[in-house]
Write a protein that binds this ligand. Structure first.
Ligand SMILES: Cc1ncc(COP(=O)(O)O)c(C=O)c1O
Length: 418
């Protein structure tokens, strides 16, 4: 089928959850996606932070071929070779003790919410006074299932599905006084992203994260850090919270974990894991042999190719290029992020739409989030020359944006939504 036929069929047959860009992708190579006409796009979005090793990486292809010939699925009623090995590698990387595997970010986050409630229940049964309330942050995004969406800030994600899970209060972003005021023994967990992704690549302040850690320790409440977008290497460390010298009680990882296959993980301390017993939580597909084998191959590749160090240096180069653009283009109001999780904020949503549309027309894929923010989540294997190409293009785009581009982009400029 051609693009137009697919568009027509999808518009009749699919739930209209996303407004897709009108490009039919058929392949990929390295950091490039390839469309039906053979046009190559420099991919600075990597499937919203998923394709960590880019496209066609031999480590991923080999792992898929080898494991799919052996075993694809067993259910969690039997042992297979992958889960314990992957749990060992991830818990070591995260400074935590135990893992639960699932299929997506939102499932990892649901597991975190459930275990936090179960842990508080266990403490109450031991005579401790602790409630069931969650404190989440303004600007947060934790997923779209009923629990996750209840802890996600923007009303457009929550309101149509009301009533969502009760017992969530939002704290102003990086406002320590507001956090202190809203925290009490009613709270079972504080929920944060170390760097908000969908919220516009906004890092927490050291002071805020320190305060959250100290407050939770004072009552037995848990600190839960969502690393679904920032984690597993994207910022140049395995977990973004490692930039802060803080370890949470629970963290969640997903997007890049299996290099494009669906896999999520919730990691927690031994103490928190005491709250879960067989039968309380589970999944049919989660942590299957194929996804685990591929995740181990991604893990090996990140280590063997020195990708954390590469992310740090190529990320610094990228950020320096963006800072340079900011110095020359007054419509850039901010540059944020670390490693290969970067963003520029523009003066208006209209400008951001026009910039997105012009970059796409130049075959460079980025996306727009929180209306005014251009977000970059490229594959970890991005080269310095790719960054230079992107910066040159953005420079030209920002120089040439005028009334005509603003009007043209009004309806096409960058679809919002993770
Ligand atoms: C920080 C964060 N948490 C949770 C999610 C939800 O992940 P998924 O879409 O895999 O359910 C996302 C997705 O963008 C995310 O960025």
């Amino acid at each position: 089928m051609k693009l137009e036929q697919i568009q027509a069929a999808e518009s009749r047959l699919l739930l209209p959850t996303y407004e897709r860009n009108p490009i039919l992708m058929v392949g990929g190579e390295g950091v490039h996606l390839i469309d039906e006409n053979g046009t190559r796009y420099l991919d600075l979005l990597s499937g919203i932070g998923v394709n960590a090793l880019g496209y066609g990486h031999p480590a991923i292809e080999d792992a898929i071929i080898e494991q799919s010939r052996k075993l694809i699925h067993t259910s969690n009623l039997f042992f297979h070779e992958g889960q314990a090995e992957l749990a060992l590698r991830l818990t070591n990387a995260a400074g935590l003790d135990r893992a639960f595997f699932c299929n997506s970010g939102t499932e990892a986050w649901e597991a975190a919410l459930k275990i936090a409630r179960a842990y508080a229940g266990m403490l109450r049964s031991q005579g401790q006074s602790i409630g069931t309330k969650f404190l989440a942050l303004e600007g947060s995004f934790h997923g779209r299932t009923m629990g996750s969406v209840a802890t996600t800030y923007k009303e457009k994600y929550r309101e149509p599905f009301a009533p969502v899970m009760p017992g969530v209060e939002f704290v102003r972003f990086n406002d320590v006084a507001d956090l202190r005021e809203k925290f009490s023994s009613d709270v079972c967990a504080i929920l944060v992203e170390a760097i908000q992704g969908e919220g516009g690549i906004r890092p927490l302040s050291q002071e805020f994260l320190d305060a959250a850690r100290t407050l939770t320790r004072s009552t037995g409440a848990l600190l839960i850090i969502d690393e679904i977008q920032a984690g597993f290497g994207r910022t140049g460390k395995w977990l973004a919270y490692q930039h802060y010298g803080i370890t949470p009680d629970i963290t969640t990882i997903a997007k890049p974990l299996a290099g494009g296959l669906p896999l999520g993980a919730m990691l927690c301390t031994e103490e928190v894991a005491r709250a879960i017993h067989p039968g309380m939580h589970g999944t049919t597909f989660g942590g299957g042999p194929l996804a685990c084998a591929v995740a181990l191959a991604v893990f090996d590749t990140i280590e063997q190719e020195g990708l954390l160090e590469h992310i740090e240096s190529v990320g610094e180069h990228f950020r320096a290029g963006l800072e340079d653009l900011r110095a020359r283009h007054s419509i850039i109001t901010d540059v944020r992020g670390i490693g290969l999780m970067l963003a520029v904020e523009l003066e208006s949503a209209e400008l951001a739409k026009a910039a997105f549309a012009s970059m796409t027309a130049r075959q460079i894929l980025i996306n727009r989030t929180s209306e005014t923010v251009l977000r970059f989540l490229p594959p970890y294997v991005l080269g310095v020359e790719d960054v230079d190409e992107a910066i040159r293009a953005l420079d030209e785009v920002l120089t040439s944006i005028g009334p005509a581009q603003l009007v043209a982009a009004a309806h096409t400029g960058g679809k919002i939504g993770d």
